[in-house]
Design a protein around this ligand. Structure first.
Ligand SMILES: Nc1ncnc2c1ncn2[C@@H]1O[C@H](COP(=O)(O)OP(=O)(O)OP(=O)(O)O)[C@@H](O)[C@H]1O
Length: 314
């Protein structure tokens, strides 16, 4: 694709600081492939969203198709950049993604190589941008947030919470075993997470009610937590969200449930409830942990989930 102006946002801490080591090589290849670009390095958590918002502002005097935004980092960095674009009139800006994170679930789903050289070659070879689905969460007072991967209420959100606040993560990170902290905290989360009631309404107005929800995730594509195929048929271009819900299993039923999910057979078990639609409304009356692309918070009473899109160079 013929590109007029290139902005780059890079998070050197992505992939447990792997990005810092990869960055000089990536930048040299960008220069050789595309010529000049402007580099913006993130300095703190949340900075990528602000940088993307500022770039929308700076480039507001020209069409959104006149510039492209290249993102270097993991899913968390991409989540922030997409929020910065979607919230600030940058919905038509083409994004090129060079994944250098730990989980890289979005890249896996979009078919973007996790090898930077190949990812840059893919961007260069894209004849035109492809619109990919982006999840939208509308809070009770109309405030919107965007997700590239998934939003979860219950067990997965509790695992994110425990992992973010555990000292074991820092120790494991030192030995490049940061991914192990999730399974370790999953065991504690299973013991702590109490079942909760949820009411769900789909886009056609059909209601579903579950009294003993344990895990509820709405995902934009198949992968979860660094490659777990929680919704195998999900696709970034099918304009659908996939809701996956599990009620609290008895301890003895847990191994087969985990096996089914890990082996891409989550659709075949009646213990796992699936819904596919363009939008959902969720009503959770109790206070529960919530995660949005791995960012933690608490669930609002009513949340509407729907779709937007962002062009990607893939
Ligand atoms: N300079 C910085 N210092 C500390 N944290 C930062 C900085 N820049 C960005 N961050 C934060 O780092 C977090 C992790 O980044 P990112 O998600 O890109 O990598 P990752 O966690 O290794 O990858 P993945 O999400 O794919 O597992 C993000 O939440 C981001 O806000």
């Amino acid at each position: 694709m013929q590109v007029q102006k290139i902005e780059v946002i890079a998070n050197e801490t992505g992939g447990n600081h792997r990005t810092e080591k990869l960055l000089p090589g990536i930048l040299a290849q960008l220069q050789a492939t595309f010529g000049d670009y402007s580099l913006h390095k993130t300095e703190y958590h949340g900075h990528a969203e602000k940088l993307a918002a500022a770039l929308c502002q700076e480039n507001s005097d020209q069409p959104q198709t006149a510039w492209v935004l290249l993102v270097i980092g993991g899913d968390g960095t991409l989540h922030e950049v997409i929020n910065g674009l979607q919230k600030n009139g940058g919905r038509k800006v083409a994004v090129g993604y060079i994944p250098t994170g730990t989980g890289d679930d979005f890249a896996r789903a979009a078919g973007i190589s996790e090898q930077p050289k190949k990812a840059i070659a893919q961007i260069a070879a894209a004849s035109q941008p492809t619109a990919l689905d982006i999840g939208v969460i509308t809070m009770r007072h109309g405030e919107k947030h965007y997700f590239v991967n998934n939003i979860g209420i219950g067990l997965d959100a509790l695992i994110v919470h425990l992992t973010n606040h555990s000292s074991s993560k820092m120790v494991l990170n030192k030995f490049h075993l940061g991914n192990l902290s999730y399974p370790l905290n999953a065991i504690s989360a299973y013991q702590i997470q109490e079942p909760y009631p949820i009411r769900i309404k789909n886009a056609q107005g059909a209601h579903y009610q579950f009294e003993r929800t344990f895990l509820m995730t709405v995902t934009n594509h198949p992968y979860f937590g660094g490659g777990i195929p929680i919704a195998p048929p999900a696709d970034l271009q099918d304009h659908s969200l996939y809701l996956v819900l599990v009620e609290k299993p008895k301890l003895r039923g847990l191994p087969s449930l985990v096996y089914k999910i890990l082996s891409s057979h989550s659709m075949d078990t009646p213990a796992i409830f699936h819904l596919k639609d363009t939008a959902f409304s969720l009503n959770v009356a109790s206070k529960q942990h919530i995660q949005i692309d791995g960012e933690e918070g608490y669930s609002p009473i009513i949340t509407r989930l729907s779709l937007s899109s962002q062009p990607f160079l893939i």
